[in-house]
Write a protein that binds this ligand. Structure first.
Ligand code: UT7
Length: 328
């Protein structure tokens, strides 16, 4: 039995917020945002669009590429920190929109590492149990709904978007796309990147709204340093486990949080710039969607050849981080 990535998809909303637009909202400049982050613009969903709507659009594209009907799916997962609501889970809302009747649905929250965590979970289920043959793995975020638009330290960073992968296991498939993975977490750093209110620890109240506690809080510099070290060490570990040399990696797709982080990670792994995929200038940080959006762009541009080894790496709130080596 083999397991493969049958299809990919992505969706970003039409509306674009440029750095020039942000200059009118907070005390910032295009120059600061561009040099410190690499971001030029981000896409924002309309008020009546929820994360499941973005996920649904990406899912349709991935299913279409895979040639798989929604009713054939055994599993839908949505990695997100911006679910439509407390419950039902976003995956179930996507299931409803797709009319995918017979599948198991759950959300997975591992912040910006969510898609990597989901790939590992879905792959493990497909590997372990023949009940699961066709899985839709989604990373989707409406981060604009949890951004504090008065905080220049964070509001310039994030955007909305979704990405989807269709995984399939079958006796007819040869080999396994998943070569090796290293996932990690350290809850001791829960304070440096979080959305404090709205859960059981701090339920919503007038005070939490007044104090913008339903928004992303981040200690940027500390997160930056930890991100580089954690992603480099996870990548080194998966390369070592799998016996793959950095020069044999066709593409590295790092989570799109900051172009300086992306460059630092690639440099320390000795992966040349021409093999680093980045689109942060167009979308900003879309958290659990970012790696999937990159993968879909590479795939649809015909830049992934059969057999290519691709290194995915992510870092986010939790803290959570990891790396996965996949074969196209
Ligand atoms: O996706 C999850 C993981 N997230 C990350 O990995 C993000 C990691 N962190 C970062 O990408 C960077 O730390 C930031 C882009 C968030 C910030 O860049 P930085 O180079 O670390 O800047 P800083 O926070 O040290 O701030 C430098 C200065 C400060 O002013 P003073 O104190 O030196 O006068 C800030 O107040 O830049 C100021 N600043 C801004 N100025 C203009 C902060 N935000 C802005 C802004 N526009 N938007």
């Amino acid at each position: 039995m083999g397991i493969t990535i049958r299809g990919t998809g992505k969706f970003v909303p039409e509306k674009i917020l440029t750095n020039a637009d942000l200059e009118k909202m907070v005390e910032t400049s295009d120059e600061w945002i561009t040099t410190r982050t690499g971001i030029h613009q981000r896409h924002l969903a309309a008020a009546d669009v929820a994360t499941s709507d973005l996920a649904y659009e990406a899912a349709k594209q991935a299913l279409d590429m895979a040639g798989i009907k929604p009713e054939e799916l055994d599993l839908i997962t949505v990695a997100t920190v911006t679910p439509d609501m407390g419950f039902p889970n976003t995956a179930a809302l996507v299931q409803k929109k797709l009319k995918a009747q017979k599948c198991v649905c759950f959300d997975l929250e591992a912040a910006c590492s969510g898609l990597l965590y989901s790939i590992e979970v879905a792959h493990s289920l497909l590997l372990a149990n023949k009940k699961y043959r066709k899985a839709l793995v989604i990373g989707a975020e409406k981060l604009s709904s949890i951004v504090d638009w008065t905080d220049r330290g964070t509001c310039v960073l994030f955007g909305d978007g979704a990405a989807a992968l269709v995984l399939e296991s079958s006796d007819e498939i040869e080999g396994d796309f998943y070569i090796a993975g290293k996932l990690a977490a350290d809850g001791n750093y829960d304070n440096i990147l979080r959305l404090p209110a709205g859960g059981s620890a701090m339920p919503a109240s007038h005070e939490t709204v007044d104090q913008h506690l339903h928004c992303i809080k981040m200690a940027g510099q500390e997160t930056f340093k930890l991100a580089v070290n954690a992603m480099v060490s996870a990548c080194k570990e998966v390369l070592e486990i799998s016996g793959v040399e950095p020069e044999n990696v066709a593409w590295i797709i790092p989570h799109q949080a900051n172009h300086r982080i992306i460059s630092a990670v690639a440099q320390r792994l000795t992966i040349s710039d021409d093999r680093v995929y980045s689109n942060i200038e167009r979308y900003g940080n879309t958290s659990s969607a970012s790696i999937g959006i990159c993968l879909d762009e590479l795939n649809r541009a015909g830049k992934l050849k059969k057999g290519d080894v691709v290194l995915l790496t992510a870092f986010g709130g939790g803290l959570t981080w990891g790396a996965e080596l996949i074969r196209w």
